[in-house]
Design a protein around this ligand. Structure first.
Ligand SMILES: *Cc1c(COP(=O)(O)O)cnc(C)c1O
Length: 228
């Protein structure tokens, strides 16, 4: 595995910025560095390179990184981007700043109970692949209404493109999510990863979530839910 340090993260961030520009995006597209599957030193390298937020997928892994997050002394915003389980929310409440994967009423209720007023995104399922979570686009309005009614701060929507079919296969889903963001009057649209960020930017993403393109390949494969 290649060494991840401040210089390598800086260089990789620059390459990702260039990809965003070439896809027609600008500085209004933020990059969320995804540090799942890497040790705490990768968070430190990202912070050293100027990153102010990270994304993590797994509750246990995030809890194991508590020390480094505390060392960063609140200067880093933690986005939870993995599937949320109701029985884990209590442990996550003091570590997570933004929950990006709210996809059902029960999980929204649990977040409202453990972290009142928390910043959340609703995850919409556009890939139709099992195991990724997300509410249906048909169920979105009802869930959005509920999330707001229980006092959560609904900032936007999040989606994950399909794993198979290449980046182009994500386009129609990304477009539908951006339309829903506008229709609901929300501000953030979290879509696009290392493999499909260009399509996401073209379709109006405001935040791409990038792991591999910044830090190389990781030992924990995406979407293997190690907590089940
Ligand atoms: C792992 C993951 C990412 C980052 O994926 P890369 O392909 O490594 O950029 C983004 N979003 C979610 C939800 C993920 O699980």
């Amino acid at each position: 595995m290649t060494v991840v340090d401040v210089a390598s993260v800086r260089a990789a961030l620059e390459l990702v910025r260039e990809r965003i520009l070439r896809a027609g995006g600008g500085d209004d597209v933020t990059i969320l560095p995804v540090t799942k599957g890497f040790g705490p030193e990768v968070i430190e390298a990202a912070v050293g390179a100027g990153c102010t937020a990270i994304g993590e997928n797994y509750a246990q892994e995030l809890i194991a990184k508590r020390d480094v997050l505390e060392r960063c002394n609140g200067s880093i915003e933690v986005h939870f981007i993995g599937q949320l389980q109701t029985n884990k929310v209590r442990q996550l409440a003091d570590l997570v700043d933004v929950y990006e994967t709210v996809d059902r009423m029960r999980i929204a209720d649990e977040i409202a109970k453990r972290a009142p007023g928390a910043r959340v995104l609703i995850q919409v399922d556009t890939a139709g692949e099992s195991g990724k979570g997300g509410c249906s686009i048909e169920g979105l309005d009802e869930l959005a209404e509920h999330v707001v009614s229980i006092g959560l701060d609904l900032e936007g929507l999040m989606t994950v493109g399909p794993t198979s079919g290449g980046p182009e296969s994500a386009r129609s889903g990304f477009r539908a999510v951006r339309e829903a963001v506008d229709r609901l009057g929300l501000s953030s649209c979290s879509m696009g990863m290392s493999g499909d960020l260009e399509v996401a930017v073209q379709e109006g993403s405001t935040q791409i979530r990038v792991g591999t393109a910044l830090f190389g390949s990781r030992s924990v494969p995406a979407w293997r839910d190690q907590e089940r």
